[in-house]
Design a protein around this ligand. Structure first.
Ligand code: ADE
Length: 329
């Protein structure tokens, strides 16, 4: 049987206290100035955690403020049409998150009279909120003493302890290490440490606030090799006539980005001429070289959309990128 592991198997109680103090002092001095750290408003914290679920901080920063400007309160979000929510989400990807966020906003407004839950357990009842997200929101917005474990925290705990902690062990150790008086800051500090100091490939141990309490000090090899990227060339038609462009709606039953709008894909080019422009589009394990052809006269059954309306359309991230490059957005 597996022996249960506890934080005490690598840090004594006084060392745990020192770990908390050093980490929190470092966080106060060095924390990134991120827009969702302006205050602890649960709506803002919730939105940031949903956006951050599968998206890098830099990309979230770009969309977070604009989303809040469009939907400044949970009531506004609940009252919005799904198409406008998806349009505001455009560029962030994983659109299921936006649909669930919208669904959860309706539950909060209609069933909870606009009052957000205050505990992680209650948050988990809402669509799109799993164990990590519930703990993050309840600790940051309401100071509930519950620890979070995401990829960054997992790496920090494994390196500090020198043990390949997995699954439930990680949650247990994280909860033992948690600072009960400042759980929100402690959780964010752990994630921050993993993101900016205890980085996957090149940990910056020289600047680490808890290096003296760390068993491995950068010796622990990365646990997995990065996945090979799937490289592909794709072609799109950018057909324009009378201030309108041709867009196609993805099928509602598509598993990826259902119902979103994109440019017609060309399965073959006529072999002559050259594309109007080319760009790279890299997402998770896919690396696309995208060629865009103007006046390709694709015969696609799409819809002609006026260029000035493009802002209100739920575009795929790639379509948005192409239209930006073509200076139509
Ligand atoms: N990743 C997800 N949420 C975060 C937060 N609040 N701080 C730092 N990194 C995060």
């Amino acid at each position: 049987m597996k022996t249960p592991r506890s934080a005490q198997s690598f840090l004594s109680i006084p060392e745990q206290r020192r770990f908390r103090n050093k980490l929190l002092a470092w966080y106060e001095a060095h924390r990134r100035d991120l827009p969702w750290r302006l205050n602890r408003d649960p709506y803002r914290v919730w939105l940031s955690e949903i956006m951050l679920q599968q998206t890098r901080v830099a990309a979230v920063i770009e969309h977070y403020q604009e989303f809040l400007r469009r939907f400044p309160t949970v009531e506004k979000l609940a009252a919005a049409r799904e198409a406008s929510v998806l349009a505001a989400w455009s560029g962030l990807g994983y659109y299921r998150r936006a649909r669930m966020l919208h669904g959860a906003a309706k539950v909060v407004v209609r069933q909870y009279e606009g009052k957000f839950p205050r505990t992680a357990d209650a948050w988990r009842a809402l669509p799109g909120v799993g164990r990590y997200t519930a703990a993050a929101i309840a600790s940051i917005a309401f100071e509930e003493p519950v620890a979070v474990v995401d990829g960054n925290v997992e790496r920090v705990l494994q390196r500090v302890s020198g043990m390949r902690l997995t699954g439930e062990e990680l949650w247990q150790v994280a909860n033992e290490l948690l600072d009960g008086k400042r759980p929100g800051d402690f959780n964010q500090a752990m994630m921050e440490l993993g993101a900016v100091v205890c980085a996957p490939r090149a940990p910056a141990c020289l600047t680490c606030p808890v290096v003296e309490l760390c068993v491995t000090r950068g010796e622990m090899a990365p646990t997995a090799k990065p996945a090979r990227q799937n490289k592909r060339e794709i072609h799109y038609a950018l057909d324009r006539r009378d201030g309108e462009i041709l867009l196609i709606r993805r099928p509602l039953e598509a598993s990826l980005m259902p119902g979103m709008w994109e440019l017609p894909e060309l399965t073959s080019t006529n072999g002559t001429g050259s594309p109007s422009f080319t760009l790279r589009h890299s997402i998770t394990v896919s690396d696309y070289t995208v060629h865009v052809w103007r006046a390709a006269e694709s015969r696609a059954a799409g819809k002609w959309i006026p260029v000035e309306r493009l802002k209100q359309v739920a575009l795929t991230g790639l379509a948005r990128k192409i239209l930006r490059k073509a200076e139509m957005l």
